[in-house]
Design a protein around this ligand. Structure first.
Ligand code: CA
Ligand code: CA
Ligand code: CA
Ligand code: CA
Length: 318
């Protein structure tokens, strides 16, 4: 019975550890608008295909193009183009918008994506206003809940990045929408580009074999490999769930009847900040001879993943 539960816990930890390896997968399609209109996004605004200095004169319209001035004579954008490839005149679309005067119209939305419960996701895009009047604001809704507001507070034509971290909680899908509460007709004109949604992996500082360098690992399936995750003035290591820490898929050693993770909180490097030391169960054959980098992964108690790397020196065992 005890053995079964150990196997079960290890299996869960291994699955969690392996699944953190596949991070930074882009969940949106056509975030840079290079594939044209209606691919990977939709809008309740009216799409305008034709260029001309008055084609985006009407409020609540948008185009995909390289320069706002091509669509509206009052929009001075400067010498550069979209955010993705600003210096290449041959390519480069952005979403060029004349803000709507009608409330609650969706400027941009993407097809619903699948997410993993408890994980943290990073949603970002770049925005620039096309004229100084009535700087636009955009409310971000995720699953019909307003979670944040973007304000285009740069200079005219200056790209400003927006980045929001969202914790999925129990959600298994996410539907993102941008809705502008700015209803001015004069002004409220802007460009959007390079939308992105991917899992947010917090980067942590790790020390494989604390206080030892090189970090020799003989990876023969015997014993444990100690790993430290370093705390700092801005990072409290007690936010980490020690049972979820893994080194390239190798799990923490569990001990005792309660099957607690073999881990301790101590300031091992005497810098005044507590560190988390975990003992990783060595699994034979995890590393190839000559491998020089190890990756530590895990999860926070509050949800969300982290990752950190350190050098390795694989010691031959025969
Ligand atoms: Ca673009
Ligand atoms: Ca306008
Ligand atoms: Ca070390
Ligand atoms: Ca420390």
């Amino acid at each position: 019975m005890k053995r079964l539960s150990l196997v079960f816990i290890l299996a869960v930890v291994l699955i969690l550890a392996i699944s953190t390896q596949a991070f930074a997968v882009e969940l949106l399609t056509n975030g840079d608008f290079e594939l044209g209109n209606g691919v990977g996004f939709s809008s309740e605004y009216t799409y305008v295909a034709a260029t001309g200095h008055s084609t985006l004169w009407g409020e609540g319209t948008y185009a995909l193009g390289k320069d706002p001035y091509d669509y509206h004579a009052h929009w001075v954008y400067g010498p550069h183009g979209d955010h993705t490839t600003p210096d290449d005149p041959a390519v480069g679309n952005m979403m060029i918008v004349n803000g709507s005067t009608t409330p609650n119209k969706v400027v941009w939305t993407a097809p619903t994506v699948n997410v993993l419960p408890g994980r943290v996701y990073s949603f970002s895009f770049w925005g620039a206003k096309s004229i100084g009047e009535a700087p636009p604001t955009l409310d971000l809704y995720i699953n019909d809940v307003k979670v944040d507001t973007y304000v285009a507070d740069g200079a005219v034509g200056q790209w400003v990045q927006y980045d929001y971290h969202w914790t999925a909680g129990s959600a298994t899908t996410a539907t993102l929408k941008l809705v502008s509460p700015t209803l001015a007709a004069s002004g409220n004109d802007y460009c959007l580009d390079d939308f992105s949604l991917d899992e947010y992996i917090a980067q942590v500082t790790v020390d494989i074999r604390p206080m030892s360098d090189p970090n020799a690992v003989n990876n023969n399936g015997k014993g444990v490999i100690p790993v430290a995750i370093l705390g700092s003035a801005t990072f409290d290591v007690t936010t980490i769930n020690p049972a979820t820490v893994a080194l390239d898929g190798m799990a923490v050693r569990f001990k005792g009847k309660s099957m607690t993770a073999q881990a301790s909180i101590e300031d091992y490097n005497f810098d005044g900040y507590d560190d988390l030391i975990v003992h990783i169960e060595d699994v034979d054959g995890t590393y190839l001879p000559g491998q020089t980098m190890g990756t530590v992964t895990g999860f926070f108690w509050a949800g969300g993943a982290f990752s950190g790397t350190d050098t390795l020196k694989i010691v031959p065992t025969n």
